[in-house]
Design a protein around this ligand. Structure first.
Ligand code: ZN
Length: 157
């Protein structure tokens, strides 16, 4: 189990060091801002959407390793997905990090995103890991607003 944990940590550290899709999409048609005041994580998310399909996704911002790695992997994961599929991925990711899924099935359902399942033991880290996803949902829903982890889900992290 500790080997597995090391591997997970390695993936997160790698995405933090070399975040994928860390750029601005000029002329992006969807854009949203995310802010996690508890940790100081901030990000801007850009989506290029054609029809119902996310053709490109990118982000910029600053924050802790988990928030950055999560944004890096999220933007990779939603490329080529429809807006509806992206919403489902948000739901699935959110259920995982809040401990509402069966750990044995996380990898099968979320692939490499399952590296974040460990954060469910750390309430503050749940917000870091899910910030990019809350921001994605805002962009997908085309809500032009700042997302805060403190107001988005009154029912919990
Ligand atoms: Zn953070």
């Amino acid at each position: 189990m500790s080997d597995l944990r090391d591997l997970y940590q390695e993936v997160i550290l790698d995405h933090n060091r070399r975040p994928r899709n860390f750029r601005v999409i000029e002329g992006a048609i969807r854009r949203a801002e995310g802010h996690n005041p508890l940790c100081g994580d901030r990000l801007s998310l850009y989506l290029q959407v054609e029809g119902d399909v996310i053709k490109d996704a990118s982000f910029q911002g600053s924050g802790c390793a988990i928030s950055k790695a999560s944004a890096s992997m999220m933007t990779d994961s939603v490329k080529g997905k429809t807006l509806g599929e992206a919403r489902e991925m948000f739901d699935e990711f959110h259920r995982m990090v809040t401990g509402k899924t069966d750990p044995e099935q996380n990898a099968a359902r979320l692939g490499k995103l399952a590296v974040f399942e460990g954060v469910r033991h750390y309430t503050a880290r749940v917000k870091c890991a899910s910030l990019a996803w809350h921001t994605l949902r805002s962009a997908v829903d085309a809500a032009d607003q700042v997302v805060s982890t403190e107001t988005d889900h009154p029912d919990g992290p």
